[in-house]
Design a binder for this molecule. Structure first.
Ligand SMILES: Cc1cc2nc3c(=O)[nH]c(=O)nc-3n(C[C@H](O)[C@H](O)[C@H](O)COP(=O)(O)OP(=O)(O)OC[C@H]3O[C@@H](n4cnc5c(N)ncnc54)[C@H](O)[C@@H]3O)c2cc1C
Length: 333
């Protein structure tokens, strides 16, 4: 029997920034590799699908919930000993540490390179997996290596088949170099290989001036407050698409005075052009402040979100021949 608490029929909405989602059939909160190993053993014994939930800031969980074991990775039990370790200009973070606490930690230690991440909700694990980024920077710029647990279980995680079983899943811990993580725009090997659970990450930063670091953090936080809505959301809902239509690129650059980076146009601008700003379906709406934010106005459902997202995708395909791709991870659909 596991030492960790495994609960049943736990509503997932409160564990997400969208505040949407039905119950997990089984639910375990873990804060160490040992806890995680126990949770995986439980799933193996019961032949359950698993889903790793961290900060819940990049997920849309189905109204029916998740019919398996949700493993919620929390921050370390004892932060001083195991959560964030400092070694010269490098830090090693347990995956469940919040990005906010890591940004604060590095600033307090006069380390520069992560200021842009201030205000991004969620954890180190979630940020590495999605190669989170903002203001032209991204996790790939600071990650040196990532410690992972590869599940070799003949079971399923969100529909993905796993390979055959070892006795103890954590026996196949391995360290991936940054190159092996296959980072690209909001993407990594972890998005493709769902049998990899991120345990911790080593980040390489640079010695800097503490006051300058803190001022930069303040600046980035202010920019966020100005451009992003408050309330329940999962951040930018769609990835910024690469647009081939030259006319559209020119129109974007003319209207905004900004250059399209690597042929990408902000999804929010396209959604706005299609007249969706403020559009409501059920209890969700396109934010008036930022058109790539779908906001839950209080009683929104996953079904409302999916409907709104599909209408937007269809309209953008018809109007601009652009195919939007969700940045947010759908769970339990
Ligand atoms: C208001 C707001 C603003 C945001 N701004 C930004 C922004 O500027 N830039 C940006 O990139 N994102 C942004 N986001 C999105 C989100 O915060 C990031 O994607 C964040 O990194 C997700 O981390 P999380 O811990 O919440 O992951 P979760 O939402 O818990 O999980 C997301 C996915 O990652 C997987 N996952 C989580 N932890 C692990 C792990 N340890 N191992 C393997 N897989 C794992 C989950 O299974 C799931 O598929 C924003 C979100 C909100 C609500």
């Amino acid at each position: 029997m596991p030492n960790i608490l495994i609960q049943q029929n736990i509503p997932l909405a409160p564990f997400t920034t969208f505040h949407i989602g039905g119950p997990a059939k089984f639910f375990a909160e873990v804060s160490s590799e040992k806890n995680l190993s126990e949770a995986l053993d439980f799933a193996r014994e019961k032949n359950l699908k698993i889903f790793i939930l961290s900060g819940g800031s990049n997920v849309l969980i189905s109204d029916d919930g998740f019919d398996g074991l949700v493993i919620k990775i929390n921050d370390a039990e004892n932060r001083k000993q195991s959560g964030i370790k400092l070694s010269g200009e490098n830090i090693e973070c347990w995956s469940g540490e919040s990005l906010a606490s890591v940004v604060k930690f590095v600033a307090e230690n006069s380390l520069a390179g992560l200021e842009w991440a201030a205000g991004i909700p969620g954890t180190i694990g979630g940020a590495v997996r999605g190669n989170a980024g903002a203001f032209g920077e991204e996790m790939a710029n600071v990650v040196e290596s990532v410690k992972v647990c590869e599940i070799l279980k003949n079971s399923k995680v969100c529909g993905m088949d796993y390979k055959p079983v070892p006795a103890n899943s954590l026996e196949i811990c391995k360290i991936l170099t940054k190159e092996a993580c296959g980072f690209s725009y909001r993407n990594s090997i972890f998005k493709k290989n769902k049998n990899l659970i991120i345990l911790s990450a080593k980040l390489r930063l640079e010695k800097g001036d503490q006051e300058k670091i803190k001022n930069k953090i303040k600046e980035f936080l202010e920019k966020r407050t100005k451009s992003q809505p408050k309330g329940f959301s999962a951040g930018s809902f769609f990835q910024n698409p690469v647009v081939k239509n030259q006319k559209l690129l020119e129109q974007f650059e003319k209207d905004t005075g900004s250059k399209a980076r690597e042929g990408k146009i902000p999804a929010g601008w396209l959604i706005d052009e299609s007249g969706f700003r403020g559009k409501k379906i059920g209890g969700v709406m396109i934010s008036e402040k930022h058109s790539n934010f779908i906001v839950n106005t209080g009683n929104g459902t996953a079904q409302d979100v999916v409907m709104l997202a599909s209408i937007i995708k269809q309209k953008l395909r018809e109007e601009f021949n652009v195919q939007l791709k969700e940045e947010v991870q759908y769970v339990g659909f």
